[in-house]
Design a protein around this ligand. Structure first.
Ligand code: SAH
Ligand code: F3S
Length: 482
């Protein structure tokens, strides 16, 4: 299972209703995390002002942009294959320009121009406001690169153009970068130091989404619980802020509280929570507000204390269990999911068994599970030998996935016979006579449409399930439907 919350959208080109005044065509594809999909909406907003409309036909594009992911080697290989396809399109359309955005652009910088002859433009995640200039340079026949990482940029002042949207759910980014330096992870290098977005601009965006009919927002960041607004600037510089800035700072629980109060009809989710930064007041805030979904994505990566330490995850197995207990105490029906890495350097069979036993304790609702992939430049790549043989990594990963499937089925079976509130997101993938939506715990629910409509909150009685989906029948509107 790859980590993509919108797996079916990976690489799907997106387009929106064009403006007649715009004459140039932009084809944009996104890979990787939700943040990349959200960033592409910022890029589209910036380029719409520069005379571009989006298209789904790469052959007719003037500019192809690919928003890339570096998290595992496989993610980069996928993008390199796509670049070959774009090259073929260039044969039909010689004027075509190609730009690489996102984490691969940041990681490889100028090297990308040399390695991939077809690339005209390389733009890192903090440089999208420079796109108008970069496009001009490319138009003049030059190659253009901007991979400068910023202390300030949060794009809080750019109203995203919603791409490929279902009109019901949207992502709102609240932090950028990450300071955690997990030893396996490339993100701190590709997305820079952690900074938070002005809460007022977040509230304005959420209100605007509500006014346009959206019913659910997911507040996004690599590490949302670390959110801290004290007037702008890097999280690491907070200790240098003035006394008044420190006293009036907004934390993640404060932000959640404000968003939940500002739009009581809007469902609120957030992702991702790093256990070491999640505080009990966040859980209390979730418990206090019915419109904050009972769901936490709480990656743990390993169940072994030795491996957690080598990964620089700053909590132990026992502390993680304590956090799970606190969550279950305050929100008994909270959905919990995870990310897990199999075969980190030095992982023994005993460490792997610890991972399986941790999963047995939590019985996660679902998870995103990966084989360790060494990333150049990370501490693990520099200091630790990637010594778990490939077949062993694969076998451990398979065991983790099989156990997760068992737990997902177990969790879903607990819902059979219960009635759960679902927000309708759109047609079910398998049948257009059925709606697909999610309940508060983020589990997918499928049921016959009847007279209900997309964007409505309905109560669904669950009749049966698979490990991935709950199946049932709508019995009424929920009291949240308005
Ligand atoms: N905090 C981030 C994590 C980003 S990476 C977030 O918002 O999700 C997503 C997941 O990819 C991580 O939790 C980890 O499980 C996995 N991952 C990251 N680096 C990896 C690597 N080098 N090899 C395998 N999996 C990795
Ligand atoms: Fe990566 Fe760890 Fe941050 S997984 S994104 S360094 S919390």
């Amino acid at each position: 299972m790859e980590k993509l919350l919108k797996e079916e959208l990976q690489g799907t080109p997106v387009s929106l209703k064009g403006t007649d005044a715009n004459t140039r065509k932009l084809y944009i594809e996104s890979y990787g995390c939700q943040m990349n999909f959200s960033d592409s909406e910022i890029v589209a907003a910036i380029l719409t002002k520069e005379g571009f409309n989006t298209t789904q036909q790469m052959e007719e594009a003037d500019l192809i942009l690919v928003n890339t992911c570096s998290i595992r080697e496989k993610a980069e290989l996928t993008v390199r294959k796509r670049l070959e396809k774009f090259n073929a399109a260039r044969k039909v359309n010689p004027g075509l320009k190609v730009g690489v955005l996102g984490c691969m652009a940041e990681r490889l910088k100028h090297k990308l121009l040399e390695e991939e002859k077809i690339v005209d433009m390389v733009v890192g995640p903090d440089a999208y406001k420079d796109l108008p200039n970069l496009v001009k340079e490319v138009d003049e026949g030059q190659q253009a690169v901007n991979v400068i990482l910023s202390k300030e940029e949060t794009y809080g002042d750019v109203a995203p153009v919603r791409l490929g949207s279902n009109g019901v759910t949207a992502f709102v980014s609240i932090t950028r970068g990450c300071d955690n330096m997990c030893t396996f992870c490339v993100v701190p290098f590709t997305r820079g130091r952690e900074r938070s977005r002005d809460p007022q601009s977040i509230l304005d965006e959420v209100t605007d989404l509500w006014d346009r009919g959206y019913k659910e927002v997911t507040l996004l960041g690599q590490n949302v619980d670390s959110y801290l607004w004290y007037g702008g600037g890097l999280k690491k510089d907070f200790s240098n802020a003035s006394a008044i800035q420190q006293a009036t700072a907004v934390t993640f629980s404060g932000l959640l509280d404000r968003v939940a109060k500002a739009q009581p009809g809007m469902r609120i989710r957030f992702s991702t929570s790093n256990p070491q930064d999640m505080t009990l007041d966040v859980i209390d805030t979730m418990a206090r507000h019915p419109n904050i979904c009972n769901y936490i994505h709480l990656p743990v990566q390993s169940g072994s204390d030795t491996i957690l330490k080598a990964m620089n995850r700053l909590h132990t197995r026992a502390e993680y269990f304590e956090l799970i207990r606190e969550i279950r105490k305050r929100i008994p029906d909270c959905g919990i999911s995870h990310d897990m890495i199999a075969g980190f350097p030095g992982e023994t069979e005993a460490d792997h068994q610890q991972t399986l036993s941790l999963m047995e304790f939590v019985k996660y609702d679902f998870g995103f599970m990966f084989a360790y992939s060494e990333r150049p430049g990370t501490l693990a790549a520099r200091k630790l030998e990637d010594d778990v043989p490939e077949q062993v990594k694969k076998r451990r990963l398979q065991e983790i996935i099989a156990l997760q499937q068992k737990h997902s089925l177990y969790r879903n079976q607990q819902s059979v016979g219960q009635t759960t509130e679902v927000l309708i997101e759109g047609d079910s993938k398998k049948s257009d006579a059925h709606w697909m939506g999610r309940n508060s715990q983020n589990t997918v629910v499928v049921f016959p449409k009847l007279h209900y409509k997309k964007g409505e909150f309905v109560n669904v009685k669950i009749e049966e399930c698979t490990s991935a989906t709950l199946l049932g029948n709508a019995v009424s509107y929920s009291e949240n439907n308005q």
